[in-house]
Write a new protein. Sequence first.
Length: 202
Amino acid sequence: MSNNIELREQLQKLQGRIEEKDRYIISLEKSVRELEQRLKNTPEAKAPAPIMELEETLKRLVSRIAAILQAEKCVFMLHDKEQGALVATKPALGLSDEEIEALKVPVDAGVSGLVFREPTPFIVHGKENGGHILSEYISLLNIRNAACVPLIDEKRDEEGRVVERNTMGVLHVINKRYGDAFTDEDIQLLERLARNTSAVIL
């Protein structure tokens, strides 16, 4: 009997966490839609204001993504065609300006390159499969575990069907809090959040 009570309590806590994450995501999606609408309706003469608003929205996105995934660090890396590399871009959470400046990965190397090329999500479980991460970045960012998903721009037709997909970069969350590990559920959430991030960046 006591086991059943404990199980129900655990299920209730889990359901509460899922509902809280859903509320976070709904709030993010609403903010993205509002920003997109304002950018469309703003004349070019007033361009500086939406640019500042875009930066603030990205800061909120990065912070909320880290909060939802319970990650210590969050950063997105965009594809630089001239350099043939994925380059860390501000704003980022938990990284110094120097770390952001140093974080640059060739598209044919590391987890970032793998996720960008495939494009497919990837979870790093410490040393178990951390060999995919370039060793200098494990030390630079003090990586214990991580999750990474592609940032994909999807163009749709009038009926909502995807007619073109372009991978523009990757989104990382690093070091799950409380000693936990990232899971497949985290990846699903991160992919959903990455779509919002892609919409804001464009």
